[in-house]
Design a protein around this ligand. Structure first.
Ligand SMILES: *Cc1c(COP(=O)(O)O)cnc(C)c1O
Length: 363
């Protein structure tokens, strides 16, 4: 087998080694099925157990209340940018969107195609370095919902507390910090995540939706875009992305059994992020973090060096040293270390040591 590197990719991103090993072990014959999960009916006894276990694992991990459904949908998180307004934003209504970065901006752009959007706060002028205080928000009374992105994967900022939205349900794109810590689901109307950051392979989105929101869909919505149809069919209206659901089942099992739940995951994530932010803060300005300290992401650590040439050198020498995926997103430049649940502390320690060595050699 080719050697595995320290993987800091932003997404698709690192998966837990025990998950990959389990998938490899059962690739040719899933126990009881005599064939790969990819080769059996999505209505078979074996796959039914897979999808039900994945859903139950989320319920356990996040203590999801009874009046919420867990859905497995296709089209990644980006499909949700459209599905949300198509289902929840009635004509004559306004949806509030909080513009915290690149992903929030994309969600806003799509929502505007479906209805009226009020941008309740926009941090573009500051180059997306923080999240708003409650008093910063310009919310619409009677809004259909309020949308927030809980972790900006590209800028490396993270929500510290849910905004108060009154009667309006809070809708959250949690793609890049989903199951990185525990959450009070009751604060949300809908929370969604593309799988490829923290919970599985690309192409699949997990949506947790409160029951009363299922009835908001207008008549005539295509079935594939209708939460109610998906909920009534337990995500089996059509053939679901069965391999992705299987991988999510394995990842959530790993979180429950190997990691020991989301409190443990959160403690690990805090320690990992601290290791890198300490190197940045103790570098005397050699490395400079993008985000305002209070809103730093525990998942995506973004930083710059003195100039683009030095950043290029940093990334190429890191790659040569087995530290992969550190180039910042093309839209913001700099460097980014994505340290999701599955990135082990040993990888983070290796990066921290590399950063110190690099500074010493190039100062
Ligand atoms: C990656 C990402 C998306 C897009 O996910 P796709 O599955 O590619 O559609 C949306 N929101 C956030 C916060 C992301 O990190």
């Amino acid at each position: 087998m080719a050697e595995r590197v320290h993987n800091f990719s932003a997404g698709p991103a690192a998966l837990p080694l025990p998950v990959l090993e389990a998938a490899q072990r059962d690739l040719l014959a899933y126990p009881g099925a005599g064939a790969s999960v990819m080769e059996i009916s999505h209505r078979s006894k074996e796959f039914t157990e897979v999808i039900e276990t994945a859903s139950a694992n989320f319920r356990t991990l996040l203590s999801i209340p009874e009046n919420y459904k867990v859905l497995f949908l296709q089209g990644g998180a980006s499909m949700q940018f459209s599905m949300i307004p198509m289902n929840l934003l009635g004509s004559g209504q306004t949806a509030d969107y909080i513009s915290t970065g690149s992903w929030a901006s994309k969600a806003i752009k799509e929502a505007k195609k479906s209805g009226t959007v009020n941008v309740a706060w926009d941090n573009k002028d500051e180059n997306y370095v923080r999240f708003p205080e409650q008093s910063d928000l310009n919310l619409t009374s009677g809004a259909a919902y309020v949308h927030i992105t809980s972790n900006e994967t590209i800028q490396g900022t993270e929500m510290q507390a849910e905004p108060e939205t009154g009667e309006a349900p809070l809708v959250c794109d949690a793609s890049s910090n989903f199951v990185s810590k525990s959450l009070d689901i009751a604060k949300y109307g809908l929370i969604y995540a593309g799988a490829q950051k923290n919970i599985g392979p690309a192409g699949l989105a997990v949506v947790i939706i409160r029951d009363d929101l299922l009835d908001r869909a207008p008549d005539g919505l295509p079935s594939m875009l209708d939460y109610k149809v998906m909920a009534e069919n337990d995500s089996l209206y059509n053939t679901p992305p069965s391999w992705g659901v299987y991988m999510v089942m394995l990842v959530t099992k790993w979180l429950l059994e190997d990691v020991g739940g989301l409190e443990k995951a959160a403690a690990m994530n805090q320690a990992k992020a601290k290791t890198l932010y300490d190197v940045i803060d103790e570098s005397g300005g050699y490395y400079r973090g993008h985000a305002v300290a209070e809103y730093r992401s525990l998942m995506n650590v973004t930083f710059v060096l003195q100039n683009a040439d030095l950043e290029k050198k940093f990334v190429s020498e890191a790659t040569a040293a087995g530290l992969h995926g550190l180039k910042g997103h093309r839209s913001v430049g700099g460097c980014r270390a994505s340290i999701y649940n599955a990135v082990p502390a040993t990888s983070v320690d290796a990066l921290a040591a590399f950063m110190k060595d690099f500074q010493q050699a190039n100062e």
